[in-house]
Design a binder for this molecule. Structure first.
Ligand SMILES: Cc1cc2nc3c(=O)[nH]c(=O)nc-3n(C[C@H](O)[C@H](O)[C@H](O)COP(=O)(O)OP(=O)(O)OC[C@H]3O[C@@H](n4cnc5c(N)ncnc54)[C@H](O)[C@@H]3O)c2cc1C
Length: 396
């Protein structure tokens, strides 16, 4: 995809990041996937992304990954580029990272070697199961429970909105393990898809193709070895996982906005009206100028938050309280990036669609699918209002 300027030369990035961006862009341009069936398309994307080594950015080097640690800038770059071509390609990549992220952060050696290598080679498809009908933004209100037994836990309850539901080989599931402790009573478990008592057959259809399902747990038994991280440490683990990937949601929104801008410029350059091209009207030029300004501000904030996290991760000399301060700062920067990039992308895509006239709403046009694809990004992994709260609270 033609960029408006070479943003990979910005000081946020190293030479390896630029190389990643350029080679992934070339690769994407050659891929052809029939996306009429979203589930089949996701399986194909996972297989293609694995074969060419792109999924290696979802796990650390010790377990089949490309880089020593998860690198936020690489995640942002991959999602920005994939989403310019296909929302499902981006989704397939993102879920391998988000679904395995908690294992990378808190898994035992055995858990990591059982799951992470297979995530990077596409042998196992990952999913992250936090939300429930009555607990979306308010995660602590969840009611799925895990009751401790002699040799493990028994899970009962329902999850909803689970991406890769019904496709995944394993789910990282968050449950209440202590009823009266709110967010301090939640634990995480790795539940293999074929575990007895887990039903993922109820699929959900949404406006933009995206494999989603409800999960029902009925006396679903898991061994103690499937507990992920500390007992009752699940809420913190979920938030840490979401924090890592929040900047990458901004990256995906940015990619969609870049594509919409490119589509607007191309269309306006060829569309004839009133004896000239649409792009010759000053109002079109002003709109394109506004769209590029929105894209650029999203880009700078997205890259800043990813860069800040990477720098933090590579600084070993800090005291505990300094690290805590930095993490707080990162949460603020990632929230600013997610809020701005998703809201700006919605605006840019809408402006681009408007420039396409009737063709903009014609099914099969790229701008029509972008208009549907962008919408959920303002809701999942923390709705815009939740990001506003995170940012506001960080100022108090
Ligand atoms: C396409 C898609 C994929 C998803 N994938 C996953 C997944 O893989 N795993 C998973 O666990 N979940 C997933 N989700 C769920 C998603 O994280 C939730 O939808 C999200 O957290 C919002 O929860 P909710 O839908 O229950 O909305 P609610 O929590 O009911 O919020 C409704 C609205 O209220 C507003 N709001 C929220 N908080 C506040 C506040 N404090 N003050 C004022 N207004 C507020 C927001 O506008 C919000 O959109 C997915 C959702 C979608 C749409």
């Amino acid at each position: 995809m033609q960029s408006t300027f070479d943003h990979w030369d910005l000081p946020f990035f190293d030479a390896e990041h630029k190389e990643l961006a350029v080679s992934l862009d070339l690769w994407c341009a050659k891929q052809v996937v029939d996306e009429t069936d979203d589930r089949r398309a996701c399986l194909q994307w996972v297989s293609l992304l694995a074969k060419s080594g792109w999924l290696k950015y979802c796990v650390p080097a010790e377990y089949g990954g490309k880089l020593k640690n998860l690198d936020s800038r690489s995640l942002v770059i991959v999602r920005e580029i994939l989403s310019q071509y296909s929302a499902l390609a981006d989704f397939s990549f993102a879920m391998q990272g988000l679904g395995s992220g908690a294992i990378t952060l808190a898994g035992t050696q055995i858990q990591k070697s059982t799951y992470l290598d297979d995530v990077s080679t596409g042998k196992k498809i990952a999913a992250f199961a936090l939300s429930e009908e009555g607990a979306g933004s308010d995660v602590a209100a969840m009611s799925t429970i895990a009751t401790q037994t002699n040799d493990g836990f028994v899970l009962n309850g329902d999850k909803t909105w689970i991406s890769n539901g019904g496709l995944a080989d394993f789910y990282v599931v968050f449950c209440k393990t202590s009823q009266d402790q709110g967010s301090r009573g939640i634990s995480a478990f790795i539940v293999d898809a074929d575990t007895e008592g887990l039903d993922s057959s109820e699929h959900l259809q949404v406006m933009s193709p995206h494999p989603l399902a409800k999960l029902k747990f009925t006396n679903c038994r898991v061994k103690s070895s499937q507990l992920l991280g500390n007992l009752n440490g699940g809420f913190k683990l979920a938030m840490q996982t979401l924090d890592i990937f929040r900047a990458s949601v901004a990256g995906a929104a940015l990619g969609m906005a870049r594509r919409a801008l490119w589509e607007a410029r191309s269309y306006a350059s060829t569309r004839e009206m009133f004896d000239q091209k649409l792009i010759d009207f000053q109002i079109s030029q002003a709109n394109l100028g506004q769209m590029l300004s929105l894209v650029d501000s999203s880009a700078l904030l997205t890259y800043r938050s990813a860069w800040y996290r990477d720098i933090q991760m590579n600084t070993n000399t800090l005291q505990e309280d300094q690290k805590k301060e930095q993490l707080k700062k990162y949460s603020q920067l990632a929230a600013v990036a997610k809020l701005t990039a998703t809201e700006n992308a919605q605006k840019v895509i809408d402006m681009s669609l408007q420039m396409h006239g009737g063709k903009g709403v014609l099914v099969g046009q790229k701008i029509e699918s972008l208009y549907r694809d962008i919408r959920a990004l303002r809701i999942y992994e923390g709705a815009s209002e939740v990001q506003q709260l995170i940012i506001g609270r960080s100022l108090i």
